[in-house]
Design a protein around this ligand. Structure first.
Ligand SMILES: Cc1cc2nc3c(=O)[nH]c(=O)nc-3n(C[C@H](O)[C@H](O)[C@H](O)COP(=O)(O)OP(=O)(O)OC[C@H]3O[C@@H](n4cnc5c(N)ncnc54)[C@H](O)[C@@H]3O)c2cc1C
Length: 400
């Protein structure tokens, strides 16, 4: 392990947060010759890396581009993403002997456990002589002529640069705090109101009961709001809806809005049902629909009156079939809310990018103050984009 314990010597860079962004920054800055200290209040580094991707860390996405990120300024992430690409990270993994595979949609996962990436991050920090101090809380921060002084539970730290990498608010049980936002505000930076993203929806009343009754059923859908749409799987849960399509659209959803679900996405339902009708005119409409979606979902739609009770397809006109399919392609529901910070994979919103340099992540008003990773108002889609932002924003800051 890197050295721990108090240091009275000033450091070139103090990093708050030993997560993906903080550790990656520290190793890059150390390579560039900086004396770096990383502090974290948690007992272990990078716990989110450990649990990510179901324990195999979806560490990047081959298709990463600025369009995969949500921010008040859609241009902000461009520079950092262009200067540190998924291939750069893949090359680094190769140097450490970490093998990986593509799952789907460009999502790259470790072949083994995600702990291999944490080991890589920590060993790279050690190799450049960086220090890691865990179980260390942060107190008052002051700007001095030459840099910053930070009170910590391990003593006063003086640093030329202060790099804030303490993440967002998602999963407080894992140590998430709003420290980055407090530091930003202290130094005059605005914060776009943080909100839970990549998070399941919850429902109330009849919807909640209905969805719970088919908990575990999954189907491909296109989930849309006014601002975005995603073609991926959806999962019914005891509390509402989850699955990749729902997590993705949750990042674009605003409280009180409806979402639209195309339950027949990706299939030519009209052609399939017309052919089925020609072959089985005496079968029920519901039976025909079961060739296109899970039986339990068809039963639920029938119980809700969303599909007609037609015992013989022969009695149903082409126009009537078309009209029911149109409704199923635009099933509009209103979530009561989300599961909130308890299960949100990321935080949308965060430190306003307007006063940050997109080249270096440095404050435009407080020289030497940097914000990297999830605390910044740049939020990736599901699928490895958030880690790619952590690596890329850290790399950009370390280049400064
Ligand atoms: C369940 C889950 C699965 C995920 N899976 C993926 C995935 O597969 N692919 C992907 O791209 N993204 C995934 N993410 C998102 C990804 O983990 C984050 O976007 C990423 O970890 C952000 O990196 P970060 O370094 O900015 O922040 P973090 O990784 O959150 O690190 C912040 C660090 O700061 C520390 N800290 C916080 N407050 C304080 C304080 N007050 N004092 C001192 N230290 C503090 C924390 O202990 C933590 O170590 C997942 C998230 C979750 C919750």
């Amino acid at each position: 392990m890197p050295t721990t314990g108090p240091t009275d010597d000033p450091v070139d860079a103090l990093v708050i947060g030993a997560g993906a962004a903080g550790l990656f920054y520290a190793a890059r800055a150390g390579e560039a010759g900086l004396r770096v200290l990383v502090i974290d209040h948690a007992a272990k580094p990078a716990e989110k890396v450990r649990i990510s991707g179901g324990g195999r860390c979806n560490f990047t996405n081959l298709h990463t581009g600025p369009g995969n990120f949500i921010s008040q300024n859609p241009h902000f992430a461009k520079s950092a993403l262009a200067r540190y690409t998924p291939q750069d990270f893949i090359d680094r993994l190769a140097r450490h002997g970490i093998t990986w595979h593509e799952k789907t949609l460009g999502q790259l996962f470790c072949d083994g456990r995600s702990g291999a990436i944490i080991d890589m991050l920590v060993s790279e920090l050690r190799d450049v002589g960086g220090q890691l101090r865990l179980n260390t809380t942060t107190g008052a921060i002051s700007k001095t002529d030459g840099g910053f002084t930070v009170e910590t539970s391990g003593g006063l730290v003086r640093a030329d640069r202060l790099v804030v990498a303490s993440g967002g608010l998602s999963i407080p049980k894992m140590g998430a705090t709003g420290l980055a936002y407090d530091i930003a505000r202290q130094f005059g930076h605005a914060v776009i109101p943080p909100r839970p993203a990549l998070v399941p929806f919850v429902f109330e009343g009849r919807d909640k009961e209905d969805f719970a009754s088919i908990s575990g059923v999954a189907c491909p859908v296109r989930a849309s709001t006014k601002r975005a749409d995603f073609n991926e799987a959806m999962l019914f849960t005891h509390r509402g809806l989850s699955g990749p399509a729902i997590l993705q659209i949750s990042s674009y959803w605003a409280e009180g809005e409806t979402i639209s679900l195309d339950l027949l996405a990706g299939r030519d339902a009209l052609a399939a049902l017309t052919a089925f009708k020609a072959e089985h005119p005496m079968k029920a409409f519901a039976t025909a629909l079961e060739t296109l979606m899970p039986n339990r979902l068809v039963d639920l739609l029938a119980a809700r009156g969303a599909i007609p009770d037609v015992p013989r397809l022969a009695d149903m006109s082409h126009a009537a079939i078309e009209s029911v399919l149109a409704d199923l392609s635009n099933w509009t529901i209103r979530p009561a809310g989300t599961e909130g910070w308890r299960t949100a994979e990321v935080t949308a919103g965060g430190i306003d990018t307007r006063r940050l340099s997109s080249r270096t992540m440095e404050s435009r008003t407080i020289p030497g103050l940097y914000f990297i990773g999830e605390c910044v108002d740049v939020t990736g889609w599901l699928g490895g984009y958030n880690f790619q932002w952590a690596w890329a924003s850290a790399h950009a800051a370390a280049q400064a």
